[in-house]
Write a protein that binds this ligand. Structure first.
Ligand code: AGP
Length: 364
């Protein structure tokens, strides 16, 4: 089927804007009135460990999911990029599950990692966008992310839909393992159902982020910071920015800053901080203040509560809608994507088809 840009300048812009709709589709599929709609053979009760493997943006989705599985389901999680995982001969418990996340379902390293795990673990699970793909076909269970065709090389709507499916799996694991009551599950499902509306509100920040991105497009280097599940979001923000704008960007866990990267701070290096007003907010703010004390200019992406207490001395702020802490990474993907998009447009790069990159990496 031919996919059109539908009035947007780039596929990436269209795909970012589609997120409320595709997430709503995925929600309708995975959340029913009586609970979670997942294959009955999925049972996390007696699983000793979970292994999550992917590449690029899909790997960052796995990195967010690690926080969910560990905190909600008390399940130990190992994550790795497929190109490392496949060659390091990892020992795998037979009572474990391995999950492979891939938009295309054809990424060579991820497919090889899946083949390595086959027969060694209790079940291989694919979280894929293309249901007819090799990774979908070769896994024991394939879960579609229902994002629709993604054309832009920079993955956007696939990321948020991957997160949604992984969140659903984490809730299922928490239930199976006796760490979540029926009422708590219902509450989390309610929160997930809020996401399409919240994403629509985050998309309203488009113009504000466009203006900030004009300044960012002048930078040679950009740093992204986050803590907890916002750390993988910082990594994703940096990947997105470098792949389409060609600006050098790095993501760091806020607490790691003083162990090296703070040496990079000067008045020319914008530092983008993803910090919803959550349990770790004060810690992130103190890292942010260390940046500002060294002349760094900070772009703080937070909610009203966060901005009320931490905006002083900040170069730019972006006010996000309030969202329950747990699923904030799904919402904060939007500013990460829009910043990269508008910065690339300001630089005049080929947004949908950036140099040296392919949509699907089917060779090693
Ligand atoms: C993301 O913007 C990238 N283009 C890239 O990192 C991508 O996520 C990676 O190659 C994995 O692709 P897959 O999801 O199709 O396996």
């Amino acid at each position: 089927t031919q996919v059109e840009k539908g009035g947007y300048k780039h596929f990436m812009a269209k795909e970012i804007a589609e997120q409320p709709v595709v997430l709503a589709d995925a929600l309708r599929h995975y959340l029913t009135t009586d609970g979670l709609n997942l294959p009955s053979e999925l049972d996390f009760s007696n699983i000793s460990r979970l292994t999550l493997v992917a590449c690029g943006t899909a790997f960052y989705a796995c990195s967010v999911a690690k926080y969910w599985f560990e905190s909600l389901a008390r399940l130990p999680v190992e994550i790795d990029v497929a190109s490392e995982f496949r060659y390091r001969e990892p020992p795998l418990p037979t009572d474990s599950y391995a999950i492979f996340v891939s938009q295309s379902g054809e990424t060579a390293d991820t497919l090889a990692a899946l083949r390595y795990c086959d027969e060694k673990v209790a079940k291989t699970i694919a979280v894929v966008n293309v249901p007819t793909s090799s990774i979908a076909r070769e896994s024991d269970i394939a879960l579609p992310i229902l994002a629709g065709v993604e054309v832009g090389v920079a993955s956007t709507k696939a990321f948020t839909c991957q997160l949604l499916v992984l969140a659903t799996l984490a809730l299922k694991a928490a239930r199976d393992r006796g760490h979540m009551s029926e009422a708590e599950l219902a509450k989390h499902m309610e929160t997930l159902r809020l996401l399409p509306g919240l994403l629509t509100r985050a998309l309203d920040l488009d113009e504000a982020l466009n203006i900030v991105s004009n300044d960012l497009s002048e930078a040679r280097d950009v740093l992204f910071l986050g803590r907890g599940a916002m750390y993988p979001l910082a990594l994703e923000g940096a990947l997105k920015l470098k792949e389409i704008s060609y600006i050098h960007a790095e993501g760091y866990a806020s607490g790691e800053l003083k162990h090296g990267p703070i040496a990079l701070i000067d008045s020319h290096t914008p530092v983008i901080v993803f910090a919803p007003h959550d349990a770790l907010f004060d810690k992130t703010v103190s890292n942010m203040q260390e940046v500002m004390a060294r002349g760094g200019k900070v772009l703080l992406v937070s909610d009203r509560k966060g901005l009320d207490v931490a905006s002083e001395g900040v170069w730019q702020t972006v006010q996000m809608p309030e969202v329950p802490d747990l699923f904030a990474p799904i919402l904060y993907a939007v500013p990460a994507q829009l910043i990269a998009y508008h910065t690339a447009v300001a630089k005049g790069t080929d947004v949908d088809q950036p140099r040296n990159l392919a949509k699907s990496v089917t060779v090693e």
